[in-house]
Design a protein. Structure first.
Length: 454
């Protein structure tokens, strides 16, 4: 059993880091104070999650570097919480985007371009599914695919995992009560109906509970990240994903795999790496280098079932689709990014960097006898303030530590490193270097030395 953190020392360190953050960032603080016409003072309310009382305002972002309005340069390991996994404004993507919108013209038209077929074929090469449809966000892809799953199966419920996140999708904000019935997760904003009307929920890595809930016979789809990434990283135990696939088939539920974040596992995500066989595949965020882009993939068998329902309007206003979805700008961005930036070679490099990052952090956790753990999925890694690493969402949620979280974010930020808000996640992009990792390792060690009072 490692030594716990001294909470008094942590409280003092936190006061110091907050003060330093305010001193370093007067321009950001002024801009934040002036944003009285924005709801919550920010362009999107979640930007208030930034540690230190106000967010950094940034001026420029290239590769894995961000420069803020007070003139500080940062090594960015947040990378837009995966939206910028290709690096900020990668040249191949920005050249294609600029050419599309300035030279060819046409940001949105209601007409297809040939880029969609190229992207569809590339997504098939990577993830296996033969048929693709495009969205602007992973949230949209999940929402629309859920409707299609209900249509195809004639079943009403979506099965999710306690403390999962798949975007602002009504069905997913559930945790099980003492009887295993889905109830709204704390903080869920005005759900349209009680969660047990739409949702079944179990803990990740529990095949017994999964089978018990599927046995009700009303689950249209299991919606899963193959490793949870939004409550720390929770990795699947050996055999778990195979068991999930088997049970889905046995009980007539579709398997919906959301690789919006776990795409970090490799060019074909965990689906290619681990030979997963989803009926529906979801991706978003990174594939358009930050231009709003998402996609869902379907098996031929599922598409055939969907098309057996002429009463369902999937062409006009039946609840699937958005005017700007599949627009030429988004598809151009996806084509360039997949073709030239997030390539097979790039993943090999990014993953090797992340191996080093993870090994460095693990070694320091051990050297300073700190009760934390780190988990890695290819090019992303995240440390959690508990050891061993949790095996389900509820245990991982229980390990949350807001003070340590704020301390680590501010300690890094005050010294030139950005970690992902909401997580202690670090993501590698094609522009990250071994020198950047060395800077992080040194700062991480200094932070542990301070926490230990050495
Ligand atoms: C696994 C997963 N799916 C979907 C989403 C939703 O992505 P977006 O907010 O871009 O729609 C997220 C966002 O964090 C996610 O982590």
């Amino acid at each position: 059993m490692s030594n716990p953190i001294d909470r008094d020392r942590l409280a003092d360190l936190l006061v110091r880091e907050r003060e330093l953050y305010r001193e370093r960032n007067p321009e950001s603080q002024t801009l934040y104070g002036q944003a009285t016409n924005l709801f919550g003072g920010v362009p999107m309310t979640w930007m208030n999650k930034w540690s230190g009382g106000f967010p950094l305002y940034f001026k420029t972002a290239h590769g894995n570097r961000i420069v803020d309005v007070d003139g500080h340069e940062y090594i960015d390991f947040a990378l837009g919480d995966t939206g910028a996994m290709a690096g900020h404004s990668p040249l191949a993507s920005t050249s294609a985007i600029t050419s599309r919108i300035v030279v060819d013209g046409g940001i949105t038209t209601m007409l297809p371009t040939a880029a969609a077929q190229w992207v569809g074929a590339e997504l098939t090469r990577r993830f296996g599914l033969p048929l693709w449809s495009f969205t602007l966000t992973a949230t949209d892809a999940n929402r629309w695919a859920i409707r299609l799953a209900r249509l195809a199966t004639g079943k009403s419920k979506i099965l999710v995992f306690s403390y999962c996140y798949h975007g602002s999708v009504d069905e997913i904000f559930a945790i099980p009560d003492a009887q295993g019935v889905a109830v709204a997760r704390p903080g869920n904003v005005a759900p349209p109906v009680p969660l047990d009307h739409t949702t079944r929920v179990v803990e990740f890595n529990d095949l017994v509970a999964l089978e018990r809930e599927l046995a009700h016979g009303d689950v249209a789809a299991i919606l899963a990240e193959p490793a949870m990434t939004n409550i720390g990283i929770v990795l699947p135990e050996p055999g778990y994903l195979e068991g999930m696939r088997k049970l889905a088939t046995e009980y007539g539920a579709l398997l919906m795999i959301d690789e919006t974040h776990t795409f970090s596992a490799g060019p074909g995500g965990m689906t290619m790496r681990d030979g997963l066989e989803p009926d529906i595949f979801i991706i978003g965020k990174s594939i358009g280098a930050g231009i709003p882009s998402g996609a869902y993939g379907l098996t031929q068998e599922l598409a055939d079932k969907i098309l057996q329902h002429p009463e369902a309007d999937i062409i006009d206003v039946g609840g699937v689709g958005g005017t700007l979805a599949g627009n030429p700008l988004s598809l151009t961005a996806m084509k360039a990014t997949l073709e030239s930036v997030l390539t097979d070679d790039a993943f090999e490099y990014m993953i090797s960097l992340c191996d080093t990052y993870t090994n460095d952090v693990q070694a320091l956790i051990e050297r300073y006898d700190i009760p934390w753990s780190i988990s890695q999925i290819g090019a992303r890694a995240e440390y959690r303030f508990v050891t061993p690493a949790p095996t389900n969402g509820t245990d991982s949620a229980a390990a949350a530590d807001d003070e340590l979280d704020e301390f680590m974010h501010l300690y890094m930020c005050n010294r030139g490193i950005l970690m992902t808000p909401f997580h202690n996640m670090a993501l590698m992009c094609p522009d990250t270097t071994v020198e950047d990792l060395a800077v992080h390792a040194e700062l991480f060690e200094q932070a542990l030395v301070e926490l230990r009072g050495l």
